[in-house]
Design a protein around this ligand. Sequence first.
Ligand SMILES: C=C1C[C@]23C[C@@]1(O)CC[C@H]2[C@@]12CC[C@H](O)[C@@](C)(C(=O)O1)[C@H]2[C@@H]3C(=O)O
Ligand SMILES: O=C(O)CCC(=O)C(=O)O
Ligand SMILES: [Fe+2]
Length: 353
Amino acid sequence: MGVQSPNLARNKKTCRALGVPTIDLSMDRSVVSEQIIRACEEYGVFMITNHGVSNEIISRIEEETFDFFAKPAVEKHYSGPPNPFGYGCKTIGFHGDMGELEYLLLEANPSSVSQRSMALSNNPTRFSCVVNDYVQAVRGLTCDILDLVAEGLCLGDKSVLSRLINDVESDAVFRVNHYPPFDQSPKVLNPTADFQMRDDKFANNGDSSRVGFGEHSDPQILTILRSNDVGGLQICSHDGLWVPVPPNPTEFCVLVGDTFQALTNDRFKSVRHRVMANSNNKPRLSMMYFGTPSLDAMISPLPRMVSSHNAPLYKPFTWCEFKKAAYSLRLANRRLDLFRHNYNENSEKITQC
Ligand SMILES: C=C1C[C@]23C[C@@]1(O)CC[C@H]2[C@@]12CC[C@H](O)[C@@](C)(C(=O)O1)[C@H]2[C@@H]3C(=O)O
Ligand SMILES: O=C(O)CCC(=O)C(=O)O
Ligand SMILES: [Fe+2]
């Protein structure tokens, strides 16, 4: 047997030790609440099983969105470029971030969904129903998780967190990402193909992976992610290693966002994550509901998270201010730093995992 490099051995060991926790929502409420808090503190990410979202709602949205991505490129481009909403292919945000994916980004409220659906489907009524049913179910799940967190943190008002995202004015976003299978054989360049390598940035130089969606943290409170059985999602561990999150279509993956980090005064940390294209011959389809406050919601560390030993780490900001900051920066930027007390403008802004 060959000698394993120390890095590989360390990486494998960390993956085993780190394995993202899975929490069974059907267990005793106080146990679940404790497990969620521990997962948010230690990992910033966890899987949930027995989540109560029906298989029918999930398979209908999977089918509907797969049908959309199967359309000819010209048809899909009618719904783009993303502004930031609509259909996007490879470009992410407005500052040059790129990834090997195509996606749909939608405002997650019923009237925007129904308006958008006209351009997205031959059956807009069905499309908007399917998206709205999914978003409603997943928003309910997000609220349940936030209530469990509020109970575990003894926040007094048990719906103080869920109210932030349950607001009719919530700025929630729904995103579906479609990653084509990564063909490892040498490419025959075809200028009309949707997913050829664009430039050197995407050349894999013999490496078996390419960036599907680059390293970042999500700006919102909580992200509820569901994927098909194709992997690629990785989270950044405390010791700076990329740890794969095994795909499980029957579970949801919950990620702590920047706004949750600020609300908990750094007790929870937003998790840095990315998606690498893999050599599976199936596409990855992932969908994310981003639990988001309303634009005018004021975000500051919760009183319970602050004490004489724990001074507030962040200046109060509205979600609107934070969103503007996020959209003025690159994907990998640590935007929360801008709102820290005593933040030094000259310190390094683009720090990577
Ligand atoms: C490069 C960017 C894309 C993004 C807005 C941003 O300027 C920085 C944050 C990015 C992100 C990551 C999480 C979500 O996918 C997203 C919709 C969001 O709210 O923030 C994206 C933004 C986007 O793709 O428009
Ligand atoms: O596609 C995925 O699995 C994750 C994508 C992601 O992190 C995002 O859209 O913010
Ligand atoms: Fe993300």
